[in-house]
Design a protein around this ligand. Structure first.
Ligand code: AMP
Ligand code: MG
Length: 402
């Protein structure tokens, strides 16, 4: 049987660049920036006053002058006024450009203003204070945001500041999610006594939304002809097909056969893992990738996170650092399968990430997912794991932050 390590290698060998597109920057949150952003001018672009008060020439203060005649008031956005004599000052507002004839700003709190004269009440004035110097943060043409990063609110702010209205981002693959099974009905239908509502397809859709992918969804009954026909259609329209259910050994699990009959080459079927052992992965001659997960909700979720999200992050060139956590309880698992233990993460006072096992009732127990944050990947070749040991964890949130 394919090991987790082999399966990972096979999946990652299929990483693919889906190209780029230019989109309006306000719509770019969560997308992957392809180009680096450069400063279109110095940051700040002029000597920016950072306090409301007066602008003076510091030499005057050094020479003992404490009262300055206000000869003009300059608001932010106005052209500068200039002083003609060291005993003069400009009353000035935060955000205004510093007049060339001044070099120091004294805030209102340190002044007394009467009859057009500002008197300084403090001796604690230093040359150049309360001025954000032109170009001190970035020079024109400096890189202000590196390429290959997920667009965050801070990056949107930088794009706005440098006048970058359209951003070049990675194009996303077109994805369809196919659920299957005669026993599963849609959310607004009333299931009969032997049916359940389908949920996996919505889980997958929600996870993909976190990468800004808006996947389509279809459902197919346990019928071999319909299964084949629907897969054939999808192979013409999408880059990636994600299936949930129908890949095990059941009499009505038609999916692996239908995939092979429609020209999807099996790259592996069954991985030495729990949950998610029946996972099927393949590729069509036209490049379409097929992730076919077992229908048990925890299995689907684990395979999606561990393989599909990893593949997507690599394809988008935003793969993240692996995260490790400290097992917080002894744990025993005897089957010869690589176990993905559901854990609740927390941080202790020494800054260590702790993983507390919360096992639930197996791969059908999707309610347990809500109480956990990650899967801890326990090594295949061992049965018992001791509190304090460190293992990799796969956080449920994309990008690996927990
Ligand atoms: P299967 O992999 O088709 O044998 O399904 C395994 C289990 O997962 C069965 O109990 C199914 O009812 C359940 N299941 C399959 N598809 C879904 C789905 N879309 N949402 C929730 N449960 C599902
Ligand atoms: Mg089924």
């Amino acid at each position: 049987m394919t090991t987790v390590e082999e399966a990972t290698k096979i999946v990652l060998a299929e990483t693919k660049d889906y190209g780029t597109e230019s989109i309006y920057f306000e719509n770019a949150l969560g997308r992957v920036l392809v180009e680096g952003l450069k400063a279109d001018r110095d940051f700040p672009p002029y000597n920016r006053v950072t306090m409301d008060g007066i602008a003076i020439n510091f030499d005057a203060f050094k020479n003992g002058i404490r009262s300055f005649k206000i000869i003009a008031t300059q608001a932010a956005g106005e052209t500068t006024f200039e002083i003609n004599d060291p005993s003069e000052c400009i009353e000035i507002m935060t955000g205004a450009a510093l007049p060339c004839t001044t070099n120091t700003v004294i805030r209102y709190e340190d002044l007394e203003i009467k009859d057009g004269i500002a008197t300084v009440k403090t001796e604690a004035v230093s040359k150049g204070q309360s001025i954000h110097l032109k170009g001190i943060d970035k020079h024109k043409d400096d890189l202000v945001a590196a390429a290959s990063q997920v667009i965050t609110p801070a990056l949107i702010s930088i794009a706005a500041s440098v006048g970058k209205r359209d951003l070049l981002v990675k194009q996303l693959p077109k994805v369809v999610i196919i659920s299957s099974g005669d026993e599963v009905v849609d959310v607004d239908e009333m299931p009969n006594a032997f049916q359940i509502r389908r949920s996996n397809n919505y889980t997958i859709k929600a996870v993909l939304q976190q990468y800004c992918i808006n996947a389509d969804m279809i459902h197919i009954p346990d019928d071999s002809a319909i299964t084949k026909q629907q897969i054939e259609n999808c192979l013409q329209q999408y880059d990636v097909i994600i299936l949930s259910g129908g890949v095990s050994e059941g009499k009505f699990d038609y999916i692996p056969k239908a995939l092979e009959e429609t020209g999807v080459k099996k790259l592996f079927h069954k991985v030495q893992q729990r949950p998610g052992k029946p996972f099927w992965f393949g590729k069509h001659g036209n490049g379409v990738l097929v992730f076919a997960f077992p229908g048990n909700p925890v299995s689907t979720f684990m395979c999606l996170r561990r393989y599909c999200c990893l593949w997507l992050e690599e394809s988008l060139n935003v793969s993240k650092q692996k995260i490790y956590a400290v097992l917080d309880e002894d744990y025993v698992f005897t089957p010869v399968l690589q176990y993905f233990l559901q854990v609740k993460l927390s941080m202790n006072e020494r800054g260590q990430l702790l993983a507390k096992p919360i096992t639930g009732n197996g791969s059908g127990d999707f309610a347990n997912l809500i109480d956990t944050d990650a899967f801890m990947e326990l090594p295949l070749k061992r049965n018992s794991f001791t509190k304090g040991e460190v293992f990799p964890v796969w956080s449920f949130t994309p990008g690996g932050q927990w």
